[in-house]
Design a protein around this ligand. Structure first.
Ligand SMILES: Cc1cc2nc3c(=O)[nH]c(=O)nc-3n(C[C@H](O)[C@H](O)[C@H](O)COP(=O)(O)O)c2cc1C
Length: 408
């Protein structure tokens, strides 16, 4: 159903975001990395999974409620960490967190948030999870974890899919890299969007100053234009499984490892004390040509599901995508850009709209596939001709699978 914003679906919200934001900001949110193979595949992977509906199943009392870490919630989603909502809309992070709280779903505050974890907790409330990027100086990271614990965050997510920085060439071209350096190109981009300039950027400058990474400790605190921004401190290529063990010791609540694609790593995460894994390729933003999380999900669920909470994200834009993931065994789905597009389009009401669109679509797909509850979604309603095989079985991998099947 179209609403007062004029958005029927997430693609409409994306288009509204594209029209409002300077090109550099929009592309920072929207695009992937290098040739964007992973970004495209995150979407096409869903198209390879078809639905095989059941009918005459009396779906008059449908519910998409589920339980995550012992708490009931009305929808099977969580809002994934995204650091930059504050650049999309004035107070965007608070608006997005409020939208999540209103829907009763967890909202994840990112290490790189432009609004501090304390402010979000105070102004939005709701179920708050904290996402950690480990710095090379472990003690700084551990202090941040203690801070999140003090604020009362429910769960801790440690993101592990950025051992080295990704290659986002469009950011270089657009001059949208931290520290941001103003040049003719990005200044012209911004001038073309006077609405955003006045309502977001200038308002931020006048009321709070240049956007900063508000969760950073004083030692490394920096604004997005500071030349002193110490990139070296963000370097975390020495991160290893011992770090997960160490976090387990200092974090008593649910601990999730985000950015896992290999089933062996999901098993290792569980062995090192994680309560959950987030199967993710960072929305196609880090490693190009990485598999779509939905493609590896069944293997991960078969490996660690039951003993470990399995959340999946990357590319979810329709309720049917969510239903497919749940039917493959995910406990919940992480939403990244969908709520960011909503926020960029209209602030808090836009984020509310994004969540409402997903809720309506999940409900419709459940009704049309014959499911009254999340428990009733299983692989029986899916037709997966060649999951993980783009060529429909003609690729070397597909050939190998057939050969093994024949010789078995
Ligand atoms: C603009 C943007 C910023 C992001 N920032 C972070 C971050 O700070 N930490 C993190 O773990 N993931 C971050 N992500 C990845 C998301 O948490 C999530 O994995 C991804 O957006 C899911 O894909 P989707 O956008 O297609 O839903 C970011 C994603 C976007 C689009």
């Amino acid at each position: 159903m179209k609403d007062s914003l004029g958005a029927y679906n997430i693609a409409d919200l994306r288009e509204m975001a594209r029209r409002r934001l300077p090109k550099g900001v929009f592309e920072f949110v929207d695009r992937g990395t290098e040739d964007e193979v992973a970004l495209r595949n995150n979407r096409t992977a869903f198209e390879r999974i078809k639905l095989k509906p059941r009918v005459l199943a009396d779906v008059s009392r449908r519910s998409q409620a589920t339980t995550l870490f012992g708490k009931k919630q009305d929808m099977p989603i969580m809002i994934a960490p995204t650091g930059t909502a504050g650049l999309l809309w004035y107070d965007g992070e608070v608006g997005m967190a409020k939208a999540a709280a209103a829907a009763g779903v967890p909202f994840t505050v990112a290490t790189n948030s432009m609004t501090s974890m304390e402010t979000i907790a105070e102004r939005a409330g709701g179920r708050l999870w904290f996402q950690l990027y480990m710095w090379s100086d472990r003690s700084l990271s551990h202090k941040l974890v203690e801070r999140a614990r003090g604020v009362g965050f429910e769960a801790l997510i440690v993101t592990v899919d950025g051992a080295v920085s990704s290659n986002r060439e469009y950011n270089h071209r657009n001059g949208f890299e931290v520290p941001i350096r103003f040049n003719a190109r990005n200044v012209i981009d911004v001038m073309k969007k006077p609405g955003w300039l006045a309502a977001v950027f200038l308002r931020q400058l006048l009321t709070k100053g240049m956007p900063r990474f508000e969760n950073y400790p004083p030692e490394i605190m920096a604004t997005i234009v500071d030349k002193t921004f110490k990139k070296s401190i963000l370097k975390n290529d020495s991160l290893n499984w011992e770090d997960i063990k160490a976090l387990r010791k200092i974090w008593p609540g649910p601990l999730l490892v985000k950015g896992i694609l290999h089933p062996d790593d999901a098993a290792l995460a569980a062995e090192h004390g994680a309560d959950g894994v987030i199967i993710s390729n960072h929305g196609g933003r880090n490693l190009d040509s990485s598999m779509a999380p939905i493609e590896v999900l069944p293997e991960v669920v078969d490996r660690v599901g039951g003993r470990t909470t399995v959340i999946v994200d990357s590319g979810f834009r329709r309720g049917s995508d969510v239903v497919k993931a749940l039917a493959l065994g995910a406990n919940a789905v992480g939403i990244g850009r969908a709520t960011l597009f909503g926020t960029a389009a209209a602030g808090e009401p836009g984020a509310v709209r994004a969540i409402a669109i997903l809720r309506e679509e999940i409900d419709r797909i459940m009704g049309l596939t014959g499911a009254s509850s999340i428990d009733q979604l299983n692989r029986d309603i899916l037709h997966v001709a060649a999951l993980g095989d783009d060529t429909g079985g003609r690729s070397p991998a597909g050939f190998e699978q057939r050969r093994l099947a024949q010789t078995a």
